[in-house]
Ligand binder design. Structure first.
Ligand code: PEP
Ligand code: MN
Length: 361
C-alpha cells in the first residue's frame, strides 16, 4: 500500500499517518520525500482500512499495489497448491471428483448414493449432514448426530474421504470427531467471518464455495482470510489454514431457466489469479440434471482441477435437489469423459500477466 501525501502536507501530518498505521495495525512504513511525500506500508496491508487513512489531514491518495488476498494470490505463491486427503490429491495436475447426494436423508438412500459415487469413479464423497437452502422452510438436514452417524456409515461402506458443509460453528468438534475429512463453506456462508476465522485455526481442508453475490476479489479475500490466522483485530494468532480449495458454482442473474449463471471465463481467470485448487459445481450452477453433464465438460475444459456434483440413487425420493442429481450411469460417463478431456488438454498453462506459468502439464 502506498500513501501519497498532498503537496504542502506538513511533516507532522506525514508522521500522523505513520503513527496511525503503527498504532492501529502494528505495521511499519517507509517514506520517500521528493517534491511530495510518499509513504510505503510494509507487511500485511490487507488489514489497513484505506478509507480511514484517506481521511487523515494531508493525505492525497491511498493506493493498494498488491491484492488484498495475498495468501491466496499466485503473485506471492507461483506453484499450484496440492492438498492431500488420504490417497486423494487435489490441485496441480490432478483432476479430482467430489460426488454424492445433495443431503443425507435416510441411511439407505445415503449409502446407496455413496456406492454409486464410488462406482462412478469419484474420489471424494459428499456426506452433507446440515444444509443451507434457498428457503429456510425447505429440508435442512437430519438432526446433526444422526446425520453424522450416517456420514460415518457412508465412509465405511465406500472407504472414501468425505466432505460435509459446516453451517453452525457449534458443530465443528462433532464434525471432526465423526471423521468428516473436508469441511465445506457453502455459498451462503462464504463471507461469514466468524466461520472463516474459526476454520483458520484448524488444518482440516476446506472447500470454499463462491458466494453467488460475490466478485472474485471478495471470494479470494475469504480464502486468504482462512489462510491468514488473523484474529478479529487483524493480529496474527496462528499459522492459518493453508488447505483451502475453491469451488465455483455460478452467480445470481436475471435468467430464470437455469438455477444460477456460471461464467466459464471465471475458471481460467481464477487459475491465473490463485494457486489454490479450483473445483466447479455443475449441479448447483445449472440446477438441472439434463444440463449437468455438458456443463461439467465445459468446466474441466476451461481448466478446473475437478468437480463437485450431486449423485442420487433415487431422485424421486430426494428431499433436497433431486432435480439436479444424476444417477450412476451418467455419473460414470461424466467422470470418464472429464478425465479424458483433462488428459487431452494437459500442457496448456495459465497466462498470469507476468510470466507464462505451466500450471497444468
Ligand atoms: C451444496 O453443495 O450442497 C450447496 C448447497 O451448494 P452451494 O453452497 O453452492 O449452494
Ligand atoms: Mn443442493
Amino acid at each position: 500500500m502506498i500513501i501519497h501525501m498532498a503537496e504542502g502536507a506538513t511533516p507532522d501530518q506525514t508522521q500522523a499517518v505513520i503513527d496511525r498505521i503503527a498504532n492501529d495495525y502494528a505495521l511499519r512504513c517507509e517514506t520517500i520525500v521528493s517534491a511530495t511525500t510518499v509513504i510505503g506500508v510494509k507487511g500485511i496491508a490487507a488489514i489497513v482500512d484505506e478509507g480511514r487513512i484517506a481521511e487523515l489531514p494531508g493525505v492525497e491518495r491511498v493506493i493498494r499495489i498488491t491484492e488484498k488476498y495475498k495468501d491466496a494470490s499466485r503473485n506471492f505463491h507461483h506453484e499450484d497448491t496440492v492438498i492431500r486427503v488420504g490417497n486423494v490429491s487435489i490441485g496441480g495436475d490432478n483432476l479430482t471428483v467430489f460426488g454424492g447426494p445433495c443431503a443425507i436423508e435416510t441411511e439407505k438412500l445415503a449409502v446407496d448414493s455413496a456406492m454409486m459415487a464410488k462406482n462412478a469413479g469419484c474420489d471424494v464423497l459428499r456426506a452433507f449432514v446440515d444444509k443451507s437452502r434457498t428457503s429456510p422452510y425447505d429440508f435442512r438436514g437430519l438432526p446433526i448426530e444422526k446425520g453424522l452417524d450416517i456420514a460415518a456409515a457412508m465412509k465405511a461402506a465406500t472407504g472414501m474421504p468425505t466432505v460435509g458443509e459446516l453451517i453452525d460453528l457449534r458443530h465443528l468438534d462433532a464434525f471432526l470427531k465423526a471423521g468428516i475429512d473436508i469441511i465445506q463453506v457453502g455459498a451462503r456462508s462464504a463471507q461469514y467471518s466468524p466461520l472463516l476465522e474459526e476454520l483458520s485455526r484448524i488444518d482440516t481442508p476446506i472447500v470454499l464455495k463462491h458466494g453467488f453475490g460475490n466478485d472474485l476479489n471478495e471470494w479470494l479475500c475469504a480464502a486468504a482470510y482462512i489462510m491468514s490466522g488473523l484474529d478479529r483485530q487483524g493480529r496474527s494468532v496462528g499459522q492459518g489454514n493453508k488447505n483451502v480449495i475453491l469451488c465455483y458454482r455460478g452467480i445470481r442473474s436475471f435468467e430464470s431457466e437455469t438455477r444460477f449463471a456460471a461464467d466459464i471465463s471465471m475458471i481460467p481467470l481464477v487459475r491465473q489469479k490463485s494457486h489454490l485448487p479450483l473445483l466447479a459445481d455443475p449441479s448447483h450452477s445449472s440446477g438441472d440434471k439434463k444440463l449437468v453433464e455438458r456443463v461439467a465438460y465445459g468446466f474441466v475444459a476451461a481448466g478446473s482441477n475437478g468437480l463437485e456434483f450431486d449423485i442420487h440413487s433415487n431422485p424421486a425420493e430426494a428431499l433436497c435437489d433431486g432435480k439436479q442429481a444424476v444417477g450412476e450411469v451418467e455419473a460414470s460417463r461424466i467422470v470418464g469423459n472429464c478425465r479424458q478431456i483433462h488428459g487431452s488438454l494437459q500442457g496448456i498453462g495459465y497466462e498470469t500477466g507476468k510470466s507464462q506459468l505451466v500450471a497444468v502439464r
